[in-house]
Write a protein that binds this ligand. Structure first.
Ligand code: FAD
Length: 457
């Protein structure tokens, strides 16, 4: 049977060669040094070299060591998907914590579990980064805690009320969680220099500035030292097929063949770390590609803050860089239907969003800026806003980790690790949220489910 050419009336969302230029990719000059010939076969094939796929490759390498042949393929260069185009903000996301109608004990446990795991994910990234710097002392830091962590700024009393109520309910969950501290407008002004937060704000700790593209490079560098890792960029995977007669032919050990733009790769296990592009290879997986936009701004005067700030219900989010720049993104609310439609195109930017980015800092912080560049990236959203990791239903040997829906870094580092563990025949790691497991999410595969996006990042 030939594969479908469209899904839900859209062309299959394969990554295209062209993309907007991003600050994090050094305006698309950052390239991974491919050193090995194209592999004919491997033990585990990882499709996608974003944060999830690079984390999966690292953890495969760390656990299995030199006994494993790992191939990482990406249609573009390393981190040229969402991971090289984001806002660079690494912190827990509260956006979907209260999506469930009933507030019984089971829901509370689930929410507590999810928030705790996001915190563990961020802490694991910070620990991994320490380990990386001690192994490679000459390497540049690529993850730093923001001087003033993260501010959720409230421009209006309604924003303040909604978020404070949510945080108060999260507080009832107990645990060791460092809950956001509520501060008034005067304190916001003193710390962040923000006049616009007339209804005060909340400080989220810890919050990290992450150069995600370089984090991906670092993961692959470390992985390559630990195991036999073959990274091939500019290699589009067209389709993965189960090998007919696997288990009985001379090729018995290879279960799958991936047909790519550079030739075929046979493998025993496959990990799809394809996030917003997942439906091109797994059309039945209800992950919708949604476009996000960010820009890099150079302040003409001193940078307005050394922190990450989000505002307008999370529709605007920004982070300061050590070099004084501010990376500012969001503004989906300036588009029809809140920019929630299917959009896997990251080679251009909606002009309404670009102009929202251009004027924002001057309007709200009084800081005149010059726009250095604006870019877009493809996120993968699910109906519930939760990511999904696990074996592809009815396809043993194939695993997916995708659907990070907005704020993804607090989920995808350990989700990539989890996919690696499953591919190696290990089980679920302690604390991995049930609602992120494929086993619990089979209903999301039903064609009757349609995406409903939350409003905040
Ligand atoms: C504009 C924007 C701002 C964001 N801001 C933040 C933020 O500040 N904080 C935060 O936590 N999160 C943010 N996110 C989300 C975060 O970046 C993502 O959740 C995260 O990077 C997802 O990583 P990933 O590896 O799963 O996906 P990706 O980085 O998208 O990687 C998937 C990779 O798979 C490859 N691929 C797909 N299909 C194929 C195929 N058929 N063959 C070969 N290769 C293929 C792609 O080329 C791509 O490189 C933002 C995202 C965007 C777009």
């Amino acid at each position: 049977m030939s594969p479908p050419r469209t899904v839900d009336g859209h062309p299959l969302p394969f990554p295209k060669a062209e993309s907007t230029k991003s600050y994090w990719l050094n305006w698309n000059t950052l390239q991974y040094p491919v050193t090995k010939p194209f592999p004919a076969s491997c033990d585990v094939l990882v499709i996608g070299a974003g944060l999830t796929g690079c984390s999966a490759a690292f953890h495969l390498a760390e656990i299995a060591g030199k006994d494993l042949d790992i191939a990482v393929l990406d249609a573009r260069d390393v981190a040229y998907g969402a991971s090289g185009r984001n806002g660079g903000i690494g912190r827990s996301s509260f956006g979907f914590a209260w999506k469930f109608k009933s507030e019984g004990k089971a829901d509370f446990d689930m929410i507590r579990n999810k928030l705790a795991f996001q915190e563990e994910n961020i802490a694991s990234m910070a620990q991994w980064h320490k380990r990386y710097l001690s192994r490679y002392p000459a390497a540049e830091p690529i993850l730093e805690r923001f001087d003033s962590d993260a501010l959720i700024a409230f421009f209006t009393p309604a924003e303040a009320e909604a978020e404070r109520e949510r945080q108060a309910r999260i507080g009832t969950l107990g645990g060791k969680r460092d809950l956001p501290e509520s501060i008034d407008a005067e304190k916001v002004k003193a710390i962040y220099g923000c006049d616009a937060a007339k209804a005060g704000g909340m400080v989220v700790k810890p919050s990290y500035a992450v150069w995600t593209a370089k984090f991906c490079h670092a993961l692959l560098r470390f992985a390559s030292d630990l195991s036999r890792v073959n990274v091939q960029t500019h290699t589009l995977v067209h389709i993965v097929r189960r090998v007919a007669g696997a288990g009985s032919s001379s090729d018995a050990e290879f279960e799958f063949v991936a047909h790519t733009s550079k030739g075929d790769v046979r493998c025993k296990r496959v990990i799809y770390a394809t996030n917003g592009y997942s439906r091109a290879l797994l059309p039945e997986l209800l992950v919708t590609p949604v476009r996000g936009v960010c820009g890099s701004l150079i302040p003409e005067t001193a940078p307005p803050f050394r922190a990450s700030v989000s505002a307008n219900h999370g529709y605007a989010y920004m982070s300061s860089r050590p070099d004084g720049r501010v990376v500012l993104g969001g503004f989906r609310d300036l588009q029809e239907n809140n920019g929630q439609g299917w959009n896997a195109e990251d080679s251009d930017v909606d002009p309404r969003v670009a102009s929202g980015i251009e004027g924002f800092l001057e309007k709200n912080f009084g800081t005149k800026t010059r726009v250095e560049g604006v870019w877009s990236g493809t996120q993968g959203w699910t109906a519930s806003g939760e990511p999904v990791t696990g074996q592809v239903p009815n396809r043993p040997g194939e695993y997916v980790s995708a659907g990070f829906s907005g704020m993804g870094m607090c989920k995808c580092f350990l989700s990539g690790k989890q996919a690696a563990l499953l591919a190696l025949g290990r089980g679920w790691m302690a604390g991995f949220p049930d609602v992120w497991k494929m086993d619990h999410r089979l209903s999301d595969w039903s064609p009757s489910k349609r995406i409903k996006l939350g409003s905040s990042l």
